[in-house]
Design a protein. Structure first.
Lengths: 221, 221
C-alpha cells in the first residue's frame, strides 16, 4: 500500500492528501511529528519535513512541491494542472499559498500558537500573531477577488491552485483562526471545495491539544 | 525578445537565468527592485517577487518554481530534470535550496546584510546573522557529501538540482559570505558548475553598495 507521512497541522501534507484523493490513489496515512526528528524519517527525507510519499515500488518522494509534480507525471489521467497556460496559473496560485501565504500567515499562526506548544517550545510571540492576522485579511480579500472573477481560483477548471489554497486555509480553519465573515466570495469558494469527496479525510482530523471549532467539519458553515 | 525581470541578489532569479542559458534561450534581463513595489510590476506578478518571465507571445510566468516547470514543458530538448526517478531527486535538491537553505541561510544573510540597507530598512540583526553562518556550514557539508557520493548533486546527470544549489551559493559568494575552505568537495563541485558557459552572465554581475570579492568571477578560485 502507498504510504504518506503527514501531520494534520501541515498545510503541505494536506495539499498532498487532497491531491491523492482527487486522483483516487489510495494511501495509508501515517502521522509524523517533524520536531521529533526521528532518524528513520530523516533517512527518507533529510529535510525532516512532512509530507513524504512512499510508493508501493519503494520509491520515496519527499516534499509537497516534489510530490505534486511527481503525481501529475505518474498519474496524468485526472490532471490537477490542466493544459497549456492554465498550468502556469495553477502553479502560480499554489506557489502563492506555499510561499507568500505560509510565510506571512500560516507559519506564524500554526508555528507560534500550536507547534511551539506541541513541541515544548515556549509562548507565542504576540507581535508575530498580530501581523499574521492582519495579513490573513488581505489574503482572504485576494481569494474573494479571484473567486468573483473566475469559476475556480486559477480559471475555468478546478486545479492544484484550489487544492493548495484550500489546504492552507483548512489548516487555519481547523484551529479556528479564520473569520469567514470577512469575505463572502472566499467563503462560498471554500464551501465548494470543502464539499468535494476528496476533503472528507481532512474533515475527520483531530489533534490532541487543538480545539477544533464546530463549523470546521460542517459543509454548511 | 523574451524578457526576464530579475535582481542580482535574488537566488531565485539566478536559477532562472542559469536555466534559460542552459537551454540556450536568449532573453533580455531587466533589473527589478522588489522593495519598490512598482504598480506595473505588481500587475505582472501580484506577489511582487523576482523573477518574472515574459515570453515573446506576451505570456507572463511569475515565480522561479513556476518558470522552471514551464521551461521544462515548453522547451524539453535540453532537459534539466532528466527522466523517471531522476526527476524526483533533481526537484528535491532544488526544493532543499529554495526552501530550507533560503530559510536558514540566504534570507537572513542577503536580507539582513544587503536588502535592508539597499531598501533603507535599518541595521542587520546580529543573532540572525550568527545563526545563518552556522547553518551555512552544515549546508556546505551536505553539498560536499552529495558531491563526493555522486557525479552531480542529484545523481549521474547535471540537473536543476545543481542549478538551484549553485544559484543560491553564488548569491552568497557574490557578497563574499562563503568560506570555501570549509568543504573541498563542495568547492570542487562549485568550480565545475561555475565553469559552464551558462554561468558567465552571473559572473559579470555588479551591484552598487555590494563589495564583490576578487575570487567571485575567478574560475580557478
Amino acid at each position: 500500500m502507498r504510504l504518506l507521512y503527514h501531520f494534520p497541522l501541515s498545510p503541505f501534507a494536506r495539499t498532498i492528501r487532497l491531491a491523492l484523493a482527487e486522483k483516487r490513489l489510495p494511501f495509508e496515512a501515517r502521522i509524523e511529528r517533524e520536531w521529533e526528528r526521528r532518524p528513520e524519517y530523516l533517512e527518507l527525507n533529510p529535510a525532516g519535513t512532512v509530507p513524504t510519499l512512499i510508493e508501493e515500488s519503494g520509491l520515496v518522494i519527499p516534499e509537497a512541491a516534489v510530490i505534486r509534480e511527481y503525481l501529475e507525471e505518474a498519474y496524468p489521467d485526472t490532471s490537477l494542472l490542466g493544459r497549456g497556460t492554465e498550468r502556469v496559473e495553477a502553479r502560480r496560485i499554489a506557489a502563492w499559498f506555499d510561499g507568500k501565504f505560509h510565510h506571512e500567515v500560516g507559519r506564524a499562526l500554526i508555528g507560534e500558537k500550536y507547534l511551539k506548544r506541541l513541541s515544548g517550545g515556549g509562548q507565542p510571540d504576540a507581535a508575530a500573531l498580530r501581523a499574521a492576522y492582519g495579513a490573513l485579511k488581505h489574503h482572504l480579500e485576494y481569494i474573494g477577488w479571484l473567486a468573483e472573477t473566475r469559476k475556480w481560483l486559477a480559471g475555468a477548471n478546478f486545479s492544484l491552485g484550489d487544492l493548495a489554497a484550500a489546504a492552507h486555509l483548512s489548516t487555519l480553519d481547523f484551529t479556528g483562526d479564520i473569520d469567514w465573515s470577512h469575505s463572502a466570495p472566499a467563503r462560498e469558494w471554500y464551501a465548494r471545495v470543502k464539499s468535494r469527496p476528496s476533503f472528507r479525510g481532512l474533515l475527520a482530523d483531530r489533534v490532541a491539544g487543538v480545539l477544533t471549532p464546530a463549523h470546521y467539519a460542517d459543509l454548511d458553515f
